[in-house]
Design a protein around this ligand. Structure first.
Ligand code: BG6
Length: 497
């Protein structure tokens, strides 16, 4: 029996429970789901880490972590009830004895009641994934007899194509693919899911969603945060591994995919894989023609950044999707840290009218999907200025989640994804072949830009719009970056660097 059934309870086991992810994302999301009655009344959460803590000390450490959440109040009955479900097991995932000890502890708790499903969440350093998974296998914890066993794996999944293939093989030696949920939290964002609804539940956009009407697509993930205390991980990863191989390519697939026949995990993921498969492969030697990378000034002074590191914290790339729908439409992707604005936006720039009968230079129509913040859509088109000659001006038709859904809060992506993993819906998780295709696209770019004979990344000022060199990438194609569309922004076009 591997589906959810009313006589089963669920245990969520978090490996790496003393880490930041557990406090910042997993516990707040689980608490919110619990409060909404979505976890089931008998859910248990067991955190495992190496620190020697009692259950109460572990719970207290979670309370400290949640202080950052304005709405969090540890005196509510809801929190007290939720936190009473949490316990702690001190152990090391690399020790098979500790893993067996965990299994015995879980069985002892679970057999008092009803048979229990288990969701194993790897919130660990990625270097520990392999050993943890093997130990789960060896201690019999992956076996599904009466109940299901599922594994959630955080990104990064591998550091290149080869390591991702090896990790996939290792995962599959213990878990079947249907048991595996690889997280890309961008897919849990409401606006990303809404993009599928927008495209496939409306008839008015799909006919123009192709090379006949679209000139180019621009995907921007701009962050204000610096690397600060994450350099231990980030300096090894850099922006291509941290953001492009996963989040930006996932956004691209949702823009470019064909409609699946049903909103069902494998059908959806088949379509996304086809897009990734159609992305033109590059040779490392040509990386410099399609990619720009840079590092913010001051990165080298961040704690734990090795002297002289040339890890990029910003990049922009041009990709082409070689299929009937997208031939000739470039996809420009850019992302960086320490920038002036936190904003994720997908902008679809339409072609100019084939003939201009009004004697005025005008910008093209743009559909901008605000992934975050101020989630919504902007459709920019030309209108006549009133009371005068034939003078055109761009205006903006806007939809904001806040306005249209009565201010209903948008849940954190982790809330949606945890619930989906618990209910066995893998639609918003990355399948093994998707991960590998994405590495195949990104690997040659990293290799090409990183060769020792190549010039180091450019610099850019903290709080700026990134390096000036990104304009060249588009101007070489006779195009410009579009301005990002905040609520009620000035609509003039032009470079924003
Ligand atoms: C994570 C990256 O996956 O996504 C971080 O590791 C990045 O470096 C974060 O800051 C961005 O997520 P969001 O949801 O804030 O856009």
């Amino acid at each position: 029996m591997t589906s959810n059934s009313p006589d089963q309870t669920t245990t969520i086991v978090i490996f790496g429970a003393s880490g930041d992810l557990t406090r910042r994302k997993l516990i707040p999301s689980l608490c919110s789901l619990f409060g909404k009655g979505k976890l089931g009344p008998e859910v248990r959460i067991v955190g495992m880490a190496r620190g020697n803590l009692t259950d109460q000390e572990f719970r207290d450490s979670l309370v400290e972590g949640m202080d950052a959440f304005e709405e969090f109040n540890p005196t509510t009955d809801e929190w007290k009830e939720f936190v009473s479900r949490i316990s702690y097991y001190c152990g090391d995932v690399t020790s098979s004895d500790d893993m067996k000890g965990l299994e015995d502890t879980l069985l002892a708790v679970e057999t008092h009641g009803k048979p229990a499903n288990r969701l194993y969440y790897l919130a660990l350093a990625p270097s520990l994934y392999g050993t943890a998974i093997l130990n789960l296998g060896e201690s019999g914890m992956a076996r599904q007899v009466d109940c299901w066993r599922r594994l959630v794996v955080e990104k990064p999944f591998g550091t290149d194509l080869r390591s991702a293939q090896e990790l996939n093989q290792l995962v599959h030696s213990v878990f079947a693919e249907e048991q595996v949920f690889r997280i890309d939290h961008y897919l849990g964002k409401e606006t990303v899911q809404n993009l599928m609804v927008f495209r496939f539940a409306n008839t008015i956009f799909e006919p123009i969603w192709n090379r006949n009407y679209i000139d180019n697509v621009q995907i921007t993930v701009s962050e204000t945060v610096t690397v600060s205390d994450r350099a231990g991980y980030y300096d090894q990863a850099g922006v291509f591994r941290d953001m492009f191989q996963n989040h930006l390519l996932q956004l691209l697939t949702v823009v470019a995919m064909e409609p699946p026949s049903n909103f069902q995990a494998d059908l959806l993921r088949n379509e996304k894989v086809k897009v990734l498969n159609a992305v033109r492969r590059l040779l490392p030697e040509s990386a410099r023609q399609v990619a720009v990378h840079a590092q913010y000034n001051g990165y080298l002074d961040e704690p734990n950044v090795p002297a002289g590191s040339d890890t990029p914290t910003y990049a922009a790339i041009r990709l082409n999707v070689d299929n009937w729908r997208w031939q000739g439409v470039p996809f420009y992707l850019r992302s960086g840290k320490a920038l002036g604005e936190k904003r994720t936006e997908i902008a679809i720039q339409f072609q100019k009218p084939p003939h201009m009968m009004f004697h005025q230079e005008i910008g093209p129509n743009v559909l901008a999907i605000q992934v975050q913040p101020d989630e919504g859509l902007h459709l920019e088109f030309q209108a006549k200025s009133p009371d005068g000659k034939m003078e055109l001006r761009p205006v903006d038709l806007e939809f904001h989640y806040d306005d249209s859904f009565g201010g209903r809060a948008i849940p954190d992506a982790y809330e949606r994804l945890l619930l989906d993993a618990l209910s066995g819906d893998a639609s918003l998780f990355t399948r093994s072949d998707e991960i590998e295709e994405a590495w195949e696209i990104i690997d040659p770019i990293i290799q090409g830009l990183g060769v020792s004979s190549a010039p180091p990344p450019d610099g850019y000022a903290i709080g700026s719009n990134g390096p000036a060199a990104i304009n060249q990438l588009l101007s070489n194609d006779g195009r410009q970056w579009l301005r990002l569309h905040g609520r009620s922004q000035n609509l003039s076009h032009g470079n924003d660097s």
